[in-house]
Design a protein around this ligand. Structure first.
Ligand SMILES: Nc1ncnc2c1ncn2[C@@H]1O[C@H](COP(=O)(O)OP(=O)(O)O)[C@@H](O)[C@H]1O
Ligand SMILES: N[C@@H](CCC(=O)OP(=O)(O)O)C(=O)O
Length: 371
């Protein structure tokens, strides 16, 4: 099998018990399977939940805390315990692990995004196994990834993974929550994730998990849009992850949608950047950027709104709807002047480039994920 880059996400319910302890048996099983992936020469990135679940008891709580400070303090205790355990267990297989704690800002801030990408690449090139979690102790509740399912999807896109494997306490996606609906049937393979399926999916089945199947489906939708196929399920033993790659895993496979990976710059523009303004374009420009892969010139821009500088990201609207997002090549002042000059004397005014094709992401390409 060719060398692949695999992101494995493990949920709290698959790492800890209800009492707030790391479940050594469950963890040993995962470590064994992750080591088997490495032995088969694959690159492995682990997104591990479990900090809050592994820390609350030592902090003095009898169950998972509900207050923000309780969760953040539990994560501070639990993350240290988790990483210490991972380091010890991986070292038995000669694997060095590294801890990366990320926040949403690390993705939305372009410089930090580039830095995180460079660090991750360096770690992988040097044979290190990165273990990622959200930096819970400093994350502001409104500005989190939501959960580690989404974090694992974003990480998979970011490093152009070949496969995202989401390990949980159930063997795949069902038509309803099988814990409450005994007639729910399992899907072995999904070509796409309809919005109705996300709406119908249930929340967590355990006392320690957070998002349930709903958040896994949302994450899978994002990952597959960026071009990363997803597996959601579980399994046992040394071969459980290798079996996923061989197509015989115990869970649900979801096909990757984009024909090719969307490059990191375009992913940042599409998913993480904040739009600083809007451009409204005429029919000719809409046709050129949406169907011919052309750059957008000022001659096709009818009007603009917002104040932006060269390098900012703007949304572009056609006659009826949002067409996409792009990195602007000039400031709003320069573009406004070019539009006005063009109106005054269409023939002699040269167009300026508003958005280069390499900095453009269309709605067609990344669909509803475009924020
Ligand atoms: N449609 C569904 N298919 C499968 N599981 C579902 C569904 N709806 C809700 N669930 C629940 O989602 C749970 C897994 O999510 P969660 O508890 O958040 O796990 P994790 O800790 O691995 O993130 C399952 O145990 C199950 O009870
Ligand atoms: N960052 C949190 C995990 C939050 C989370 O998404 O948990 P889970 O639903 O178990 O994957 C922690 O480590 O406790």
């Amino acid at each position: 099998m060719r060398k692949q880059r695999i992101v494995v996400k493990i949920g709290s319910s698959s790492l800890t018990n209800d009492k707030g302890e790391i479940d050594q048996q469950k963890l040993n099983d995962h470590i064994h399977a992750l080591a088997a992936l490495r032995e088969a020469n694959h690159e492995v990135i682990l997104v591990s939940s479990g900090a809050v679940a592994a820390g609350f008891r030592r902090l003095g709580y009898s169950s998972r805390p509900v207050t923000l400070k309780g969760k953040q303090a539990a994560a501070a205790v639990g993350q240290s315990l988790l990483i210490q355990t991972y380091m010890e267990k991986f070292s038995v297989y000669g694997i060095t692990a590294a801890q990366l704690l990320l926040t949403r800002d690390d993705f939305s801030n372009r410089e930090r995004y580039r830095n995180a990408y460079a660090t991750m690449t360096e770690l992988l090139e040097r044979g290190i196994l990165p273990i990622i979690n959200e930096n819970d102790t400093v994350s502001i509740e409104e500005l989190t990834f939501g959960d580690n399912d989404m974090l694992s999807a974003l990480v998979s896109g970011f490093i152009h993974a070949d496969q995202l494997i989401i390990l949980t306490d159930i063997n795949g996606i069902y038509s309803g929550n099988p814990r409450t609906n005994s007639s729910a049937v399992k899907y072995d393979f999904l070509d796409e994730i309809p919005n109705e399926m996300i709406e119908a999916a249930g929340t967590s089945g355990s006392k320690v998990g957070t998002g349930g199947m709903k958040s896994k489906l949302m994450a899978a939708k994002t990952a597959t849009m960026i071009g990363v196929p997803v597996f959601i399920g579980h399994g046992n033993g040394h071969d459980k992850l290798l079996q996923v790659l061989q197509g015989s895993g115990d869970g649900t496979y979801i096909a990757g949608h984009a024909k090719e990976h969307i490059n990191t710059r375009k992913q940042w523009i599409a998913i993480h950047s904040e739009s600083m303004g809007k451009l409204y374009v005429d029919k000719g420009a809409e046709e050129a950027i949406s169907h011919h892969g052309s750059s957008l010139l000022s001659a096709g821009v009818l009007r603009i709104s917002g104040t932006f500088e060269k390098g900012d990201v703007v949304q572009v609207y056609g006659i009826h709807e949002l067409l996409g997002k792009g990195e602007i090549c000039c400031s709003s002042v320069e573009l406004q002047k070019a539009i006005e000059d063009h109106m005054e004397n269409e023939r002699i005014t040269p167009s300026i480039e508003a958005i280069h094709r390499d900095g453009w992401v269309s709605v067609q390409k990344i669909g509803e994920e475009l924020s």
